[in-house]
Write a protein that binds this ligand. Structure first.
Ligand SMILES: C[S@@+](CC[C@H](N)C(=O)[O-])C[C@H]1O[C@@H](n2cnc3c(N)ncnc32)[C@H](O)[C@@H]1O
Ligand SMILES: [Zn+2]
Ligand SMILES: [Zn+2]
Length: 363
């Protein structure tokens, strides 16, 4: 499968490429200036906004402290009447860095490394931000607290409005088996910030080790015992070597961008079926399989409500979990159910119990 972004540009790279650059990408160089802005004090009482432009506070290395990038964005929003004169950095907009992984310090940003999300934003202002602030790759309009996607079949879907640029973003999750790179087109897929340890990956890991101990893979000690940010040299991108006779099948029934099912493939599952009712989620799960080293042999983006992609050890479906039993005539070892918070999961669990011997509900 070609790793080409919908925008036609080079937004999508393989996990190796992302990780080889990710470690240093947000660190300042020795000359990068140290910045100290108060996020709760109006910006115009701390800086002369006339001076805040593309070069303001930018180091010769090309990077700029996140706060200064946000100051530049806020200045444009004030000029375009999207924010009050007395606004603070705190109420500017939500910054989503790309790629994202847990950081120990505020990042210094380079070109096209930021997506911004704001409830109040018009197209003119968004286009100015994209054109004038080189760190920005996309401007979205929407409320961060609103779930993006579809909560269940009887809910209306919700998306953020993409006003300028491309919203393709990558989150890097640290797992006991190495890093996992998850792309999301952020206008259509819910925001989930990578934390030093992902509670849902940990829950899945514990479940797999407890319920299927005989199937546990043997990754290098280095990866398994050290769930911190791994470099490509210390990580595994594709399936861990398993005993080829053992079979372990998983249904990731509400897969979203594919996090948990891909983790099962890394763990060494012999077959994983991904499924999601939300078509953009199945597109992302397919892309993320390829990005993380699980080659996609078939993918038809135009298909809906059926199998949309497949590879050696996986298939991807776009169905309501309730209808999966009509097309999947098999009993999986495990079905993962990960609904959005606040969704009544009883139906999901009932459907999962018919399809698998064990059900893991992420709560
Ligand atoms: C919390 S997200 C899953 C996140 C995913 N497990 C991950 O970690 O990347 C919940 C998912 O359930 C999907 N969903 C909602 N209703 C569904 C249904 N009736 N059948 C299948 N999937 C559904 C949503 O589209 C959404 O992608
Ligand atoms: Zn793109
Ligand atoms: Zn520098």
């Amino acid at each position: 499968m070609e790793l080409e972004c919908k925008c036609g540009s080079t937004c999508i790279r393989t996990a190796e490429e992302i990780l080889s650059k990710a470690k240093e990408s947000y660190n300042p160089c020795e000359q990068c200036p140290n910045i100290n802005l108060n996020k709760f004090k109006p910006l115009n009482q701390q800086l002369n906004l006339k001076n805040v432009d593309q070069d303001f506070g930018r180091c010769a290395c090309g990077k700029r402290h996140l706060d200064l990038t946000m100051a530049h964005i806020l200045k444009i929003m004030i000029e375009e009447n999207q924010k009050k004169e007395i606004s603070t950095l705190r109420d500017a907009c939500v910054p989503l860095i790309n790629p994202a992984y847990p950081l120990q310090a505020i990042p210094y940003l380079g070109e096209k490394s930021l997506i911004v999300l704001s409830p109040k934003m018009n197209k003119k202002c968004a286009q100015r931000i994209l054109d004038e602030v080189m760190e920005v790759k996309c401007v979205l309009q929407g409320e961060a607290k609103n779930t993006v996607g579809i909560k269940d079949s009887h809910f209306d879907p919700h998306t953020y409005k993409r006003l300028a640029g491309c919203d393709m973003r990558c989150d890097i999750f640290t797992t006991p088996l190495g890093p996992l790179c998850l792309y999301k087109d952020q206008g259509e897929i819910h925001i989930e910030f990578p934390r030093p340890q992902s509670p849902k990956i940990n829950a899945l890991s514990i479940f797999l080790n407890k319920h299927f101990p005989d199937k546990e893979p043997k990754p290098s000690k280095n990866n398994y015992k050290n769930p911190t940010f791994c470099t490509p040299e210390s990580s595994s991108y594709s399936a861990v070597n398993r005993d080829l006779n053992s079979s372990f099948t998983v249904l990731d029934a509400t897969c979203g961008p594919g996090t948990l099912g891909i983790y099962c493939l890394m763990w060494g599952a012999s077959r994983v079926v991904f499924n999601d009712l939300w078509k953009p989620a199945t597109n992302m799960a397919t892309l993320n399989l390829e990005v993380n080293g699980f080659e996609v042999d078939f993918f038809d983006e135009t298909l809906e409500k059926c199998m949309v992609a497949s590879g050696d050890k996986f298939e991807v479906y776009n169905l309501d979990i309730r209808n999966l039993g009509n097309v999947l005539d098999e009993k999986f070892d495990l079905c993962i159910v990960d609904p959005f918070p606040g969704v009544d999961s009883q139906d999901f669990i009932r459907a999962a119990e018919k399809l698998a011997k064990q059900v893991l509900v992420i709560e």
